[in-house]
Design a protein around this ligand. Structure first.
Ligand code: NAP
Ligand code: MG
Length: 500
């Protein structure tokens, strides 16, 4: 059977593709009929039009999810079958890797090699949860001999999921895969900037065996489509990744219904370099930790703490190397750093660069690169002699901006590292294993790397301490976020109640 691109949800015109959102197994326009533009950050050109979903569209999607879960029987589909569906989604991502990666780069700006890694990671995530689906089970409790008591695990029902623009298809995988493994139905809202790859993947949802309504993709902006999802009474749980500001709003809006929430809110992660660390690796680790994905990374190690005896040499070496980072359009394979995702984000980062120039010294960068007349580019920037109380050391910038802070000894490093409202990630670089473990134990962060920064595996828990949110994604922790626990007690005593 052949399906035209238009019937599958997109119609190609020479430049601008029209996409539709995916509700109840069909590609549809917004009920209100409006659309918004989606851009290529390297050219600033509109590349797609996408429906601007609102409360009515969210209500339709939640109703479809509710029907799929309760009436149509998704709730009772076997774990084996759910696992097979997840494996088939992974297989689709792998077989469409080149096409999806290219679209991810066009839409987000990131270098094509990073998009390819993202596609591989997304497929691996569906595979992991495909396997985990059949390993979700309860426990039996040791009650007296004339009874049996056990704890069952049950899917929560309809899950609402709201994701950011920095890893579009991968963040969707982190949310959709564990929810389906748990047996939930899903309504997901991608970020308005980057909805394209998930809509493209949704073309395959029917073919992989997902019944209509089990996964719904509603496009739109936060206030228009995100907020009604959070306040919908039939949504049992909200999983959110994004800014702390919106995270607070979501928690407040979910409170009325005592809705479960899990929040991954980014951070201002310390990357700590002791003078006994391998110097070359340390410099590379600082640059990679801050500049990968244009710095648009929730776990970016953008607070670089360097011991005083290597401090000047470190700043010089990092600045020299940062100058060699090649900026350009993501589809160019020589590009190491692409443009930021949007004009708005470029302007936000530019605002921090201005603030930073008043707070610290500039080792490299600090503005817009001169060589491009189009594209939302920002120079990789290193500020040094930064006070940890400065704005550029405390606020999440979400761009290629490093703040280097000197420290004298281990105690001072730990104190500065923890002096932030956030606690998502941290890294420590040293060849002294005793020191490494002492620092690991002292850091208030959900993820701590030793002699590396950023490696992320689907098997391991991901999430923050403090204002970086709560709940954990990935690993078996990820699926817990979509499960309820039901205690069942079975009496075996034929005359149990002797009081009356
Ligand atoms: P954001 O506003 O937090 O967006 C994240 C998601 O939440 C998007 O899908 C957004 O929708 C949605 N949203 C916004 N307002 C909402 C509301 N009232 N109710 C429900 N959902 C809502 O992030 P951003 O505006 O894209 O970026 C701003 C800053 O957030 C960045 O500079 C960065 O510091 C931080 N950020 C952090 C992460 C992270 O992974 N921790 C990711 C992205 C951004 P729309 O964007 O479509 O309107
Ligand atoms: Mg936004």
């Amino acid at each position: 059977m052949t399906t035209t691109a238009a019937a599958r949800g997109r119609a190609r015109t020479p430049e601008v593709a029209s996409y539709r959102m995916y509700i109840d197994g069909k590609f549809v326009d917004a009920r209100g009929g409006s659309t918004f533009d989606v851009y290529d950050p390297s050219t600033e050109a509109v590349v797609a039009r996408v429906p601007a979903g609102g409360a009515e569209d969210v209500a339709g999607a939640v109703e479809a999810a509710r029907r799929a879960f309760y009436q149509a029987g998704w709730k009772n589909v076997s774990a084996q079958e759910r696992g097979r569906i997840l494996f088939r989604i992974a297989e689709r991502i792998r077989s469409r890797r080149a096409e999806l990666a290219e679209l991810e780069t066009i839409n987000s700006g990131k270098p094509i090699a990073e998009s390819e890694y993202d596609m591989d990671d997304a497929a691996t995530c569906y595979e992991y949860y495909g396997g985990l689906a059949t390993k979700i089970h309860g426990e039996v409790m040791p009650v007296p001999a004339d009874a049996v008591a056990f704890a069952m695990r049950e899917p929560m029902g309809v899950a609402g999921q709201i994701i950011p623009w920095n890893y579009p298809l991968l963040m969707a995988a982190w949310k959709i895969a564990p929810a389906l493994a748990a047996g939930c139905a899903v309504v997901i809202k991608p970020a308005e900037q980057t909805p394209l790859t998930l809509l493209r993947l949704a073309e395959d949802f029917e073919a992989v065996g997902l019944p209509p309504g089990v996964v719904n993709v509603v496009t739109g902006d936060g206030p228009g489509a995100g907020a009604p999802l959070v306040s919908h009474p039939d949504v049992r749980k909200i999983a959110f990744t994004g800014s702390a500001e919106v995270g607070r709003l979501i928690m407040r809006n979910a409170a009325d219904q005592l809705k479960r929430v899990s929040l991954e809110l980014g951070g201002k992660s310390p990357n700590i370099f002791f003078s006994d660390a391998d110097f070359e690796n340390a410099v590379d680790g600082a640059l990679f930790g801050t500049f990968v994905n244009q710095g648009e990374v929730c776990s970016a190690g953008s607070r670089v703490l360097v011991q005083r005896d290597i401090y000047s040499k470190f700043v010089d070496a990092a600045a020299a190397k940062a100058k060699t980072i090649r900026l350009g359009p993501g589809l160019d394979r020589d590009t190491k750093m692409g443009p930021l995702v949007s004009a708005e984000q470029r302007d936000r980062v530019a605002g921090y660069l201005k603030t930073g120039r008043g707070e610290a010294k500039v080792a490299v960068g600090g503005g817009r690169p001169k060589q491009f007349d189009k594209g939302w580019y920002v120079e990789p920037t290193i500020f040094y002699d930064v006070d940890n109380a400065a704005t550029i050391a405390q606020e999440e910038i979400f761009g290629p901006v490093m703040s280097v802070i000197p420290f004298t000894d281990e105690a001072e490093a730990i104190r500065i590292a923890n002096a932030t409202p956030y606690g998502l990630a941290a890294a420590v670089w040293t060849r002294d294993i005793f020191k490494a473990f002492r620092v690991v134990k002292a850091l208030e962060a959900g993820i701590v790397w030793v002699n590396h920064m950023q490696p992320t595996f689907v098997e391991a828990p991901w999430g923050g301490y403090k204002a970086s949110g709560f709940g954990r994604e990935l690993g078996h922790w990820g699926v817990e976020e979509y499960l309820e626990t039901k205690q069942v007690f079975i009496n075996l005593d034929e005359k149990p109640i002797g009081w009356y």
